[in-house]
Ligand binder design. Structure first.
Ligand code: MN
Length: 325
């Protein structure tokens, strides 16, 4: 399959790379790395990166190009890090002459002409490094930095269980290109004062269900009061990640721009340790990884229902596994 992908890349003059909605480090870095690697190794090809606005903390590692619809007719489209069709950012991918998907999600669907999915890889970017090595691609510091960023963000800084020999070997391989890790981590960890103050609020005010699902609801009013964006608030989900007994934690983020009391859409970010929560996410227009998933709900009532489901899941898990943190 790796050769089939390379042959398609060689065959097409125009290559357009898509990623998922609500971009994270893995899809942003992978997309730019693939774009730059294709340009470096095939200077005559036209290569584009498509997607919505890039969050501030990832701006340095991302690319967005305006691509006219008519270019798709003779183009190869490669979709990165995107499990399902509904999560592909920008529907123009449907117009592609040929579609390739490269992904690593547990709930990945085959929607392309070639589907290269490796569930064992903890980051899409690590699959790209594998391919680049196999194809003897030239790389450079910029490409290596984007790939390193992707791998470190999707593995929780090389912490999650999915980390394996290949990932660490690939990360080491990238460092040889001169990745400035100090700068990279500074960009990841630096915080706006407003977000830090909201984090203090979260520590004071998060709630907990009977069996230990920790959660916080970022209403529009709250985000306005602390003067943070929805993205800033969403990024605070992991500040609930180390509470004893709380093996599942959730952030709810109002998406409505209106000032009405009834939110039209609430984004849900679900995280856990040891307990798989992605199945429940699929009940609420979502999905993702076993212990990091997203969903969307449309009312407070649905919020209570989701919390109840998670609470039951955690209750069961604790009964089966009495020795948990
Ligand atoms: Mn990923």
């Amino acid at each position: 399959m790796k050769n089939e992908i390379l042959n398609k890349i060689k065959e097409y003059e125009t290559i357009i790379i898509h990623r998922h909605i609500r971009p994270d480090g893995d899809c942003i870095g992978s997309q730019k790395a693939l774009k730059e690697a294709l340009i470096l190794n095939f200077p005559n090809k036209k290569v584009y990166a498509v997607g919505d606005e890039i969050p501030d903390y990832l701006k340095e590692y991302g690319a967005i190009d305006e691509v006219d619809e008519h270019l798709y007719i003779n183009a190869l489209v490669i979709v990165l890090d995107t499990a399902s069709k509904s999560r592909i950012c920008n529907n123009n991918y449907e117009k592609a002459k040929f579609l390739i998907k490269i992904d690593h999600h547990d709930d990945s669907e085959d929607y392309a002409n070639i589907n290269y999915v490796d569930h064992e890889s903890p980051a899409c970017a690590s699959i790209l490094v594998r391919l680049f090595k196999e194809w003897n691609f030239k790389l450079n510091k910029e490409i290596a930095t984007c790939l390193y960023l992707s791998i470190t963000t999707d593995t929780g800084r090389f912490r999650y269980r999915g980390v394996n020999e290949e990932v660490l070997t690939n990360a080491g391989y990238l460092l040889n290109y001169g990745v400035d890790t100090d700068m990279l981590y500074t960009r990841l960890y630096i915080k706006k004062i407003e977000a830090l103050k909201l984090q203090g609020y979260v520590f004071q005010h998060f709630k907990k269900t009977k069996n230990g699902v920790a959660y916080i609801y970022f209403t529009k009013e709250l985000m306005d009061k602390f003067n943070v964006t929805k993205e800033d608030a969403a990024n605070l989900v992991n500040c609930l990640d180390s509470i004893e007994g709380c093996l599942i934690w959730v952030a709810f983020i109002d998406q409505a721009n209106s000032t009405q009391n009834i939110p039209s859409e609430i984004r849900v970010r679900l995280r856990s340790r040891f307990v798989a929560i992605n199945e429940i996410a699929t009940h609420y227009h979502g999905g993702g990884h076993l212990m990091a998933a997203g969903a969307t709900i449309y009312s407070k009532k649905e919020m209570q229902k989701l919390l109840k489901e998670l609470d039951n899941l955690l209750k069961k898990y604790k009964e089966d596994n009495p020795c948990v943190f």
